[in-house]
Design a protein around this ligand. Structure first.
Ligand code: NAD
Length: 329
């Protein structure tokens, strides 16, 4: 059996080599995104696994994979919007994804940024950068004295809730559905109550019409001026323009953003010395109480290992004629 993995990063290689050895399968790799230009590389392989931000550019890709006798198209990401599902189906390709590679990875990101914000570390960094070593005005809050408000208590939000509860914080949550298993660590409330009471608002919904611009002008007005906000879910969950205004008007104290509208322009690129077009992002970059990271919540040892293992396991099952564990319907 021979599988070709596209868009492979160096940090994935140890997991790929270990999986290949364990399963006695030949796994070849390249650094190309899957496209009409690169699909030819898959000729002679039994299966393919991809990960990419850009959508597959042409239906020709699916036709070619079918012609090469390939039966699946594995994604080693949760998102599968880069794939044209009807075109894949029309060419007898079973598409698989990795729905949850490590909820803990993003939950720990929220925890890390919560501590950074409630200890005012980014503000001390800014002072220290110009040799101002005073403490004045930056007294910290201990986590067990705070209320954390989690919007979207699913896999990641639920994991975050358990971590915050274990540290002694009061945890409120708002979700479209209530999960009885979480009721020992959190209390469900409506969104308005959560926004009014939370010292830390932590966003973890999936992106859907109900969560698009979930936080906008009216919601920021409900938040405590001392509260901080973390978004490691999806960019459009926050109305970025309204966020910039709310920060300027001091309606909230600080924010950590891992996912932002228009992030495709800069995420995982080295743009040293280049101009960024996204004006809201540029404004946020200038604010000392804003922490911006390039969608790295997922980027941990455990998550990368799981993305490789789970996607390759499914590819192998399909090639052997079995059922995939994570088919995308
Ligand atoms: P999930 O589907 O397990 O949980 C999402 C929860 O949000 C569900 O319980 C759902 O009912 C709830 N929800 C949806 N719309 C809502 C709304 N309008 N109001 C309140 N609750 C709402 O998803 P997950 O696996 O926990 O992922 C959560 C988010 O994290 C997703 O947006 C995902 O794309 C993102 N994510 C980010 C990274 C990163 O690197 N930063 C990595 C993985 C996932």
């Amino acid at each position: 059996m021979k599988i070709l993995m596209y868009s492979v990063r160096d940090d994935e290689m140890p997991a790929i080599n270990a999986w290949a050895k364990r399963n006695q399968v030949t796994v070849a790799t390249n650094q190309e995104d899957m496209s009409s230009q690169t699909v030819g590389l898959a000729q002679g392989y039994d299966g393919v696994v991809i990960v990419q931000h850009a959508a597959i550019d042409s239906a020709v890709v699916y036709q070619k994979l079918h012609e090469y006798g390939i039966k699946q198209l594995g994604l080693r990401s949760a998102g599968y919007d880069v794939v044209d599902l009807p075109a894949a189906k029309a060419n007898d390709l079973i598409v698989t994804n990795v729905p949850a590679y490590s909820p803990r990875s993003v939950a720990e990101y929220s925890l890390a940024q919560t501590f950074r914000l409630i200890r005012n570390l980014e503000l001390f960094d800014a002072r220290g950068a110009h040799q101002d070593f005073r403490w004045g005005g930056l007294i910290a809050h201990e986590i067990h004295t705070l209320t954390i408000g989690i919007i979207g208590a699913g896999r990641i939000g639920g994991t975050a809730a358990r971590l915050f509860h274990a540290l002694g914080a009061t945890v409120l949550a708002n979700d479209l559905v209530e999960n009885d298993d979480l009721k020992d660590v959190l209390t469900y409330v409506d969104k308005e109550t959560l926004l009014k009471k939370a010292d830390v608002v932590d966003l973890h919904p999936d992106l859907n019409p109900s969560s698009t611009h979930l936080l906008s002008t009216a919601e920021f007005q409900l938040m405590k001026p001392s509260a901080v906000l973390i978004n490691a879910s999806r960019g459009p969950v926050i109305d970025t323009k309204a966020l910039v205004t709310a920060l300027k008007e001091k309606q909230l104290a600080g924010v950590a953003i891992d996912a932002i509208e228009g992030e495709q322009e800069f995420n995982n690129f080295d743009l040293t010395g280049k101009t960024i077009k996204n004006q809201q992002f540029v404004e946020l970059q200038k604010m000392p109480n804003v922490i911006l990271t390039p969608h790295i919540g997922f980027y941990t040892n455990v998550a990368v290992q799981n993305m490789v293992d789970i996607s390759l396991d499914d590819a192998k099952k399909i090639i052997e004629g079995g059922q995939a564990t994570h088919p995308v319907e």
